[in-house]
Design a protein. Structure first.
Length: 318
């Protein structure tokens, strides 16, 4: 992989409700008589700008894929003029934003296979999109929905104080979470913060009450939307990821009842690294090691043995 990025196209993709999403697209010219290359949609983590994934997108493009990156509403280039009182939540990000990008891919890349590469909450949002049945392969990195009891035991108290006490308190004061000025990710909509700090072990129960409340039937239908996913999933996690613990990964995978899933867990020292954690996977220094894992999966539905890892058997979620 070269250090110089390919130049993607800057575009705007409408969410289902028309909200404009800032996006970038890496596109190959379709050669006459050639097979249409698959398109990979990259779903970011909560409060992470899509530009963070540009090197990874460029890597995938260099290996033959078309790629789409985008910012959820309220993040990066998709922020409104004022964040105060902007109440977008995870359901908006999944059922409106990601769904809108899925529809865009299906229209503009008609006849191309659609794959997903998702980081953290990005793998959770896949299940909320009504059109998720069109997806053919899914790769997730550290994907879960931040149930606090799943946090790594040795960091659980500190993480709870930071993300479940300080973050909602500041959100109540400012009308949004001012993460950028604190160096804690990006500024974040208040609705997303409400979802993040929910004490519920099942995500649909986040929406039992409050301004984002759904009826019992709506919550049931939301869970059933996850079951529409039939694409096989490779869920990757790092042993030192305080968010992506084994219970957290499997709590989410349990919702994808019709997706055959493989959970591959890697120790950082397997590639000579002292730590990788929740975010470092998408650093370009892993192009010749860790990035070979999603490449093999998205290209051939194969779990590569180039990087030593352990396949973890999924247990039923509590």
């Amino acid at each position: 992989m070269t250090s110089k990025l390919s130049k993607p196209l800057k575009i705007e993709i409408p969410a289902v409700d028309g909200f404009p999403l800032r996006a970038h697209v890496w596109v190959h010219e379709l050669k006459e008589g050639g097979s249409p290359p698959p398109v990979v949609i990259i779903n970011p983590a909560t409060s992470v700008q899509s530009r963070y994934y540009s090197r990874f997108a460029d890597f995938l493009h260099a290996h033959g894929f078309n790629v789409i990156t985008y910012d959820y509403r309220g993040i990066g280039g998709s922020k409104p003029e004022s964040m105060r009182g902007f109440n977008a939540n995870w359901l908006d990000w999944g059922s409106k934003d990601f769904e809108g990008v899925l529809r865009f891919a299906g229209t503009c890349f008609k006849g191309h296979a659609i794959h997903i590469a998702a980081h953290s909450v990005g793998g959770f949002l896949v299940g909320m999109a009504p059109s998720n049945h069109v997806i053919q392969r899914i790769f997730t990195m550290g994907s879960q929905f931040a149930y606090w009891r799943d946090y790594a035991k040795h960091k659980r108290i500190a993480m709870y104080l930071r993300w479940h006490i300080v973050m909602p308190t500041l959100t109540a004061i400012f009308g949004y979470f001012p993460g950028k000025r604190l160096g804690w990710l990006e500024d974040t909509p208040s609705g997303v913060v409400r979802d993040w700090v929910s004490p519920e072990p099942r995500f649909e129960d986040m929406y039992k009450s409050g301004p984002q409340a759904l009826s019992k039937e709506e919550r049931k239908n939301l869970v059933q939307t996850f079951a529409r996913v039939t694409a096989p999933t490779l869920a990757l996690s790092m042993a030192d990821d305080e968010f992506g613990t084994i219970p957290a990964i499997h709590r989410l995978l349990g919702y994808y009842k019709n997706s055959t899933s493989t959970h591959l867990r890697i120790e950082p020292d397997a590639i000579g690294q002292p730590s990788i954690g929740h975010f470092a996977f998408f650093n370009a220094r892993y192009a010749d090691s860790l990035w070979r894992i999603p490449l093999a999966w998205l290209r051939d539905a194969r779990v590569t043995d180039e990087v030593p890892g352990q396949v973890i058997t999924q247990e039923p979620s509590p």
